[in-house]
Design a protein around this ligand. Structure first.
Ligand code: GDP
Length: 296
């Protein structure tokens, strides 16, 4: 497992491997370096502090596997604990319920909701051969409806036209009826971007969620917004039941440490990650791969 460790971390732990024995003193010294690496990756102080406690508890006094040196054992613990921190048994996307299964996309404006919606529709169509319908309830910014229409046409995804004169609930009512009639497997609903402190808009979204009862409500989150994003997801989650996070723009965020903070603080599973602007730039969230990346 630790053969996959980055060069950077191998270097950090070299002294321990060479000494062949873990002592509280050299764990302390090495932990400082681990803390620094995580801080550099934009992991919050509270997460680092909690992780430090876990690492100390798990490593000191630990029986060492005969095939490993004490240093290797410690490396293994660090990697395992980081993966544990971001892993969730609920990270699978649920679309195996009675059709039409409904997904709701929510989040701040510009987070990547519409782009992720199309990527997701494309991903599920290709991988699971499902029949998908998409619709926008963003009557505040009618250009958003056009944007979804253009993206859908470009990617051969079925799109239902909605209009500024309709309410989000009216749009959804028609879309569900249409999806049932036309035997769609999945209906994906886009919403207007909003700020969590806009009480009226959050209430509207809550009503819409209660009406739709979606199988998945995805909070689409821009990884570049760092610790601010944590604040908004906590507030969105006070109004809605968020079932999963789609973390976008990970191609721009080289550190990715925000993932540790999100999982540790909110416990809401990250289900998908956006890694570019193209339709195929969406991946299932894989904790092992992300930890390798964070360790740099
Ligand atoms: P919305 O307002 O939440 O619907 O956001 P959009 O879907 O319109 O996306 C806003 C911008 O972010 C667009 O220029 C997208 O191309 C871009 N975007 C979305 N996801 C990603 C991603 O994973 N990587 C990058 N680089 N850009 C993205």
């Amino acid at each position: 497992m630790f053969t996959t460790l980055s060069k950077k971390f191998s270097k950090i732990f070299q002294n321990i491997s060479q000494q062949g024995r873990l002592t509280e003193k050299n764990i302390q010294k090495t932990l400082k370096k681990v803390q620094y690496t995580l801080l550099e990756a934009d992991v919050s102080i509270s997460v680092i502090n909690d992780l430090t406690k876990i690492l100390k508890k798990k490593s000191i006094g630990q029986i060492i596997n005969k095939s490993l040196t004490p240093g290797q054992e410690f490396i293994k613990i660090v990697q395992t604990e980081l993966v544990n921190l971001i892993n969730s048994p609920k990270k699978k996307i649920n679309f195996f319920e009675k059709p039409p299964v409904k997904f709701l996309m929510v989040g701040l404006q510009g987070a990547g909701k519409t782009t992720s919606l199309i990527k997701l529709a494309y991903f599920i169509t290709k991988k699971f051969k499902k029949k998908i319908l998409v619709v926008s309830t963003d009557t505040i910014r009618p250009a958003a409806i056009d944007q979804l229409e253009i993206l859908s046409k470009k990617s051969n995804i079925n799109f239902l036209k909605s209009y500024k004169s309709q309410t989000p609930q009216e749009i959804v009512k028609i879309a569900i009826k249409h999806a049932i009639k036309q035997l769609y497997d999945i209906l994906i609903i886009d919403t207007a971007g909003r700020l969590h402190n806009n009480e009226k808009m959050m209430q509207e979204l809550q009503n819409l969620q209660n009406y739709i009862k979606p199988t998945e409500t995805f909070f689409v989150m821009d990884s570049m917004t760092g610790q601010d994003a944590l604040h908004s997801i906590k507030n969105f989650n006070n109004f809605l039941k968020i079932s999963g996070i789609i973390l976008t723009k990970l191609d721009s965020d080289h550190r990715g440490g925000i993932i540790l903070s999100i999982q540790h603080t909110t416990k809401i599973p990250i289900k998908l990650i956006g890694i570019g602007e193209k339709i195929q730039d969406l991946q299932i969230f894989c904790p092992d791969r992300i930890i390798k990346r964070i360790l740099g």
